[in-house]
Write a protein that binds this ligand. Structure first.
Ligand code: 5SP
Ligand code: FE2
Length: 217
């Protein structure tokens, strides 16, 4: 399976985000994961569409926007206009369905995410309409937390459903991914790994990205 690595800019130096994005591009990242938090869906606040718009000018990396906001339907257009290539909304949000419809209408890749406490069954009705499912392996809100291995069965179930129905579904894992936990996620069936701390704080991000992609500890 082709494994893609998406460094999460939540762990970047926000004083020089443009340089940080370029640093990840040069290190061989496949995507740039952009965590958007509203202080309501999660207890943290990060960035909005204007920052995405500015970043779009400095890197060619596809933007993988992870919306941790309570009303994603209100902001989908702004993030697509700003340059998002794929957008993830949370299954726990009442307007997730509407946001997915808007994303499909705009022609960008769309994904649903489940928090650790949300059963993976929540995404089942949407499977054939999704490009990706994001399995959170930490409680969303902050970087630098430990990978929850009890989320691995969700990844296995998703891969089994994708195989069973012949769906070209990407399975992304986010939270606590490092060189030790990446092989577990890949073995379970994940093919896109988000990594914040592990890549941004690495002395050699290029080597770390290569190692994460290899699936070997
Ligand atoms: O969405 C989130 C956190 O809510 C993530 O994307 C984190 O930013 C990942 O950071 P690490 O756990 O890899 O440090
Ligand atoms: Fe994220």
């Amino acid at each position: 399976m082709n494994i893609q690595i998406a460094p999460s800019i939540l762990s970047a130096d926000f004083a020089c985000l443009g340089q940080e994005a370029r640093r990840m591009e040069l290190a061989g990242a496949d995507l740039l994961h952009i965590d958007v938090m509203d202080g309501h869906f999660v207890p943290n606040i990060t960035i909005g569409a204007p920052v995405v718009y500015c970043l779009r000018k400095v890197t060619k990396l596809p933007f993988d926007v992870h919306l941790m906001i309570s009303e994603p339907d209100r902001y989908v257009d702004a993030f697509v206009d700003a340059g998002a290539n794929m957008v993830t909304v949370h299954a726990e949000c009442p307007s997730a369905d509407e946001a997915l419809k808007q994303l499909r209408h705009r022609g960008v890749k769309c994904a649903l995410s489940v928090k650790p406490g949300t059963p993976v069954d929540a995404v089942y009705p949407y499977l054939d309409k999704l490009d990706m499912v994001l399995v959170m392996t930490v409680e969303p809100g902050f970087g630098g937390q430990s990978f929850m291995t009890d989320m691995l069965p969700k990844i296995r179930t998703l891969r089994q459903w994708a195989d069973q129905f012949g769906l070209p579904l990407d399975i992304q894992v986010d939270g606590g991914v490092d060189v030790n936990t990446a092989p577990l996620a890949i073995a379970a069936g994940a093919n896109i790994l988000v990594a914040g701390t592990a890549v941004f704080y690495s002395d050699d991000p290029k080597a770390t990205i290569r190692k994460l992609r290899s699936g070997r500890a």
